[in-house]
Design a protein around this ligand. Structure first.
Ligand code: ATP
Ligand code: MG
Length: 554
């Protein structure tokens, strides 16, 4: 997909809602929900769903619930639940109500009993394997289970005993009785309850049977009087089941399921299962590793809630799955940080320069503006003294053509400061440049030098005043745009996705930086103070994004 497709003013979901409001469907209300399973951290794909659900609610003065879809206790945890709440809030959204599918376990059970009483559910003793074999294929109808015509009384008795813990895990399942010949495989008597002795992070050991997703989801929506149940395209084939369950149960409300395309983002992965694998197998350093496409990872890398919301807006809503270029996300964060991040100077790979004609022991505080286009953001003092550090790259012994930085005998301007000239290059025994002897022109502060042009401007810090810092440069997590299409996505992990520069120096003012504050380091990129690894006397900065789109495809 091209990077600059704009969102149509009215996407297809808004059109449906506008239509429903006109017809006074759902009593003129709009109620949505964001229903994550707490089995991992939220990722950028979830952000799309969050922005959509909360955004629609806000736009129509409706409500949006956060509901944990916690029916799969083996994989779920309190840690995940808490991280999800934190991330949704951080993105800037407030839920109308906070619910859990597990809040409804008793009601879900009662509804299942009702289905049995209506002759629409039965307890089946077929094994999981047999059920699969009986299900048929896309071209062949399924086969009915011998248990399908069990009497209602017997079903009620067995289901009660399933709940009471009389049977082993997997010994029985409760299935909806729909149609084994349906062209839609989801309608071929899907399982709606299974026996699973697993401790649940909220209901503890109260239950040894758990309801299945498809059965739980529609009822949870109905119990919360959701009007529009927005979900991703893979649930399109499940919609008939969603509607079937609600129709049989005559629930007080019947929400409308509407599907939209999942976000797939190039050079990364948006599947909690695979992200979990990256974490568990230590391919990354946790869910909040800045290389991760998780909200926590993006946050730690320095992304802003604004940039993520802007991204979700830009990619728009469609009914077609497609891959979004990583450049779109990077564009959004660059736009935001270019406008809002304070400027600062940091030297990532320092080279020492001595200003021979500057008095020993003298320090000058130079006032430099925090943002070139926004004077209201003020100025800061940057100390200048005899010994400075510049970037190793900003000096060349043998300059390539058109090189505008420092060379032996040449001049360059230090950003916000004076013009200096390099007079002598000091090398060690191996011929490595270890120091430059320079002079400065005292008459060039804030003005051009007399009678000559100096083109290059480089950044610098004062050696004595600068603070040591570790800077972490992050690259893409995968070497190919569509890692999901690989046989094994682990084969295409980018081994060079993290470069640590342990010996950087940042300007004095950054000693006061607060965790998660974001800066444009002049000429090197956008960076964020790492909240986790920085300490009282340790500054760690993560690179959020480079200044320009320098990514070259292979
Ligand atoms: P995953 O495969 O990563 O676990 P999921 O869909 O199983 O994703 P849920 O926790 O069930 O994860 O998702 C909560 C909501 O977020 C669902 O409504 C789901 O449709 C939506 N969602 C998940 N991934 C994406 C995505 N990539 N793009 C858009 N919406 C998504
Ligand atoms: Mg899921």
């Amino acid at each position: 997909m091209s990077t600059n497709e704009t969102t149509p003013p009215a996407n297809f979901i808004r059109q449906i809602i506008n239509h429903d409001l006109k017809e006074n469907k759902h009593n003129g209300k709009v109620a949505t929900r964001f229903p994550p399973e707490p089995n991992g951290y939220l990722h950028i794909g979830h952000a799309k769903s969050i922005c959509l659900n909360f955004g629609i609610a806000a736009e129509y003065q409706g409500t949006c619930n956060l509901r944990f879809d916690d029916t799969n206790p083996e994989k779920e945890s309190i840690e995940y639940m808490e991280s999800i709440e934190r991330d949704v809030k951080w993105l800037g959204f407030e839920w109308s109500g906070l619910y859990h599918a597990s809040d409804y376990f008793e009601q879900l059970y009662d509804y299942a009993v009702q289905l049995i009483k209506q002759g629409q559910a039965y307890v089946d003793s077929l094994s999981a394997e047999q059920i699969r074999a009986y299900r048929g294929t896309l071209t062949e109808p399924g086969k009915e289970s011998p248990d399908r015509n069990r009497s209602i009384e017997e079903n009620l008795d067995l289901f009660a005993r399933m709940r009471a813990g009389e049977f082993a895990d997997g010994q029985y399942v409760l299935r909806a009785k729909i149609d084994m010949a349906s062209p839609n495989i989801n309608m071929r008597d899907p399982a709606i309850y299974r026996i699973r002795r697993v401790h649940h992070h909220r209901t503890g050991d109260a239950w040894c049977i758990y309801p299945m997703y498809d059965y739980t989801h529609c009822i949870s929506d109905a119990l919360e009087s959701i009007t529009h149940s927005l979900c991703t395209l893979e649930f399109e084939d499940h919609r008939p089941l969603y509607d079937w369950v609600l129709e049989q149960l005559q629930t007080p409300s019947h929400p409308q399921q509407i599907e939209f395309a999942r976000l797939q983002l190039e050079y990364t992965i948006v599947s909690k299962r695979k992200l979990n694998q990256l974490v568990m197998e230590n391919h990354v350093h946790g869910w909040d590793d800045p290389r991760m496409p998780t909200i926590a990872g993006l946050r730690r890398a320095g992304f802003t809630p604004n940039a993520i919301r802007d991204f979700c807006e830009r990619i728009g809503l469609t009914k077609q799955n497609s891959w979004i270029e990583m450049g779109v996300l990077e564009y959004c964060i660059r736009e935001d940080l270019n406008e809002n991040a304070l400027r600062a100077m940091a030297v990532l790979q320092p080279l020492r320069i001595v200003i021979d004609n500057y008095p020993e022991g003298q320090t000058e505080q130079l006032e430099i503006s925090n943002h070139p286009q926004r004077p209201e953001l003020g100025k800061r003092n940057v100390p200048f003294s005899k010994v400075l550090l510049i970037e190793q790259d900003d000096f060349a012994k043998i300059p390539p053509p058109k090189y505008k930085r420092l060379v032996e005998g040449g001049e360059v301007r230090l950003r916000g400061s004076y013009v200096i000239k390099c007079n002598e290059v000091v090398e060690d025994a191996e011929g490595r440049v270890i120091e430059l002897r320079c002079t400065y022109d005292p008459d060039t502060l804030g003005k051009n030098p007399e009678g000559r042009k100096v083109k290059g401007v480089i950044h610098w810090v004062s050696e004595q005043h600068a603070h040591p810092a570790e800077v972490r440069l992050y690259g893409r997590l995968f070497t190919v745009p569509n890692p999901d299409n690989e046989e094994n996505f682990l084969d295409v992990i980018n081994k060079d996705s993290l470069e640590i520069l342990p010996d950087c120096r940042v300007e004095a003012s950054l000693a006061e930086a607060s965790p998660e504050s974001r800066y444009q380091f002049e000429r090197t990129g956008y960076f964020c103070l790492d909240a986790k690894d920085s300490g009282a006397d340790r500054l760690v900065f993560n690179r959020t994004v480079t200044l320009r789109d320098g990514w070259v495809k292979d």
